[in-house]
Design a protein around this ligand. Structure first.
Ligand code: GLU
Length: 480
């Protein structure tokens, strides 16, 4: 069988973590099966769909490293297919025009509520005569198209993740609306359940892998496949992603969009790796938790996707992110850091300073968990002026410190560019000359050069500052 899968996001918001995780699973499955991964943008909700969200979805998938093989297709450009399907369903008697008004529907719901019943349409217009239809039309009512759902029908499918799923027709809310506000001439705006089936049929989708919030829709869609004579794809409903408190991950958790994770300093390899582990377990013989998507695709099968919800674990994501950052070579890390530095307003002169920038990246890399941390950690290298914190001020005010700084300053002044050996020698000389411990010299230098008492390797930091000519003025300032 040719495997064809799709991700079908609605561009009514930025690429959501849940959609992105589903996209990862679809991509892995397609790669494993040498199939095709399709991007279809479900933009039929005109009021809420926006082109910038489509762009964000495309950017997010690209950033994560899950390119689509076909598409993007836009549902809004394919509405004629849906209209044809509506016509077929009407012609075959599977669907009908329903003239019930919004007000009548509300009354129905209120009455059901008063009887403690679940809301459902009572199929009251299922068997209207042509005369009744005309009378409603004459009143100016605009019909919707409803698809007949047999209450006694049992719908069953074998879900690749959840096993056998059974739904009773009577639990589907009565005959369902498949197209809105139509008229005799125009078949109206097709709705999600119809459009998704028409498109999945037309695109020969073999497996529908999507979030478990669509399970009830699947039951309805199976009925539509049957009525339209389409072959029913296999379904796999992925588990929800919960926050650390065990609730559905939502906007209240602040980060739900993939672009938020980028802004927080996560690298795409780590995100993709972590999302793969959100619900999927690598085969038992693999203890590897770190893998590329290509590696995961080799062993990815749907039967290893869990049906229980996946908890979003920030510390695990942080750990994975740090591993990817620590394993990058300096030039790679530099490329990732540049946008964050530029956003912070730092002058990044790649043409003239590449070697220096790579050394900065190499120095801080091992201590980074997220790329964003690099902004604060490298401020000292990018700003010609450094603000001394209280501890640094106290250090520089200690007895005997100024003469030490003075010696170092004089030595630096005489030399154009320091080597590591030179720097060590200068420290040694100052220690001897003033008869102080090496620690005193080092702490004082750190205070003067970086404005703080903690930070990255002092000698390396000093050499980097020296290359920029920042050390001399800072030492001079510390003398005042
Ligand atoms: N547009 C739907 C969504 O974003 C697609 C669901 C599906 O994959 O069928 O949830």
């Amino acid at each position: 069988m040719t495997v064809r899968v799709r991700i079908a996001p609605s561009p009514t918001g930025n690429l959501h973590i849940g959609t992105a995780r589903t996209a990862v699973f679809n991509w892995l499955f397609a790669r494993h099966e040498r199939g095709t991964f399709i991007l279809r943008v479900e933009d039929t909700d005109e009021a809420r769909s926006r082109p910038e969200f489509t762009q964000d979805i495309k950017d997010g998938l690209t950033w994560l490293g899950i390119p689509w093989d076909e598409g993007p297709y836009f549902q809004s450009q394919r509405l004629n297919l849906c209209k044809q399907a509506v016509k077929t369903l009407l012609d075959k008697g599977y669907a009908y025009r329903c003239y019930t008004t919004e007000e009548e529907l509300n009354q129905l719901r209120e009455a059901q509520k008063a009887r403690n019943q679940a809301p459902r349409y009572d199929n009251r217009h299922r068997n209207l005569t042509p005369e009744q239809e005309q009378a409603y039309e004459a009143e100016g009512r605009k019909p919707v198209i409803r698809f007949k759902i047999d209450d006694s029908r049992k719908i069953m499918w074998h879900d690749r993740i959840r096993g056998t799923v059974t739904w009773q027709g009577s639990d589907l809310g009565g005959d369902m609306v498949i197209a809105r506000a139509s008229s005799r001439q125009d078949l109206g705006q097709p709705l999600y359940n119809l459009a998704v089936v028409v498109d999945d049929m037309d695109m020969n989708i073999s497996h529908v892998i999507r979030g478990e919030d669509h399970i009830a829709n699947t039951a309805k869609q199976i009925l539509l496949y049957e009525a339209l004579g389409g072959s029913i794809p296999e379904f796999a409903h992925t588990p929800l992603i919960l926050n650390e408190a065990g609730q559905k991950l939502s906007k209240r958790d602040n980060v739900t969009a993939i672009s938020d994770f980028y802004k927080m300093g996560f690298v795409p390899e780590a995100m993709a790796n972590y999302m793969t582990l959100l619900g999927w377990t690598p085969p038992e013989d693999s203890t590897q938790e770190l893998f590329t998507l290509e590696e995961a695709a080799k062993t990815f099968t749907i039967d290893r996707v869990s049906k229980s919800a996946a908890k979003f674990d920030w510390s695990k994501l942080d750990w994975i992110n740090s591993q990817y950052i620590h394993n990058m070579d300096p030039s790679q890390l530099l490329e990732r850091l540049i946008p964050f530095w530029e956003d912070a307003g730092y002058q990044v002169d790649l043409e003239n300073d590449r070697a220096w920038l790579e050394q900065v990246a190499a120095l801080i890399g091992p201590s980074l968990t997220r790329l964003t941390e690099a902004v604060e950690q490298t401020e000292v290298f990018f700003k010609d002026h450094v603000e001394l914190n209280e501890e640094a001020i106290a250090q520089l005010q200690q007895d005997g410190v100024k003469p030490v700084i003075q010696s170092v300053y004089e030595a630096v002044k005489q030399q154009n560019q320091l080597s590591e050996e030179d720097a060590k020698q200068i420290v040694k000389n100052a220690t001897k000359e003033h008869n102080v411990k090496k620690g005193v010299v080092m702490r004082s230098l750190r205070a003067a050069l970086t404005g703080a008492m903690k930070g990255h390797d002092l000698m390396q930091s000093w050499l980097l500052l020296n290359q920029k000519g920042f050390d001399q003025p800072r030492l001079e300032k510390a003398l005042n």
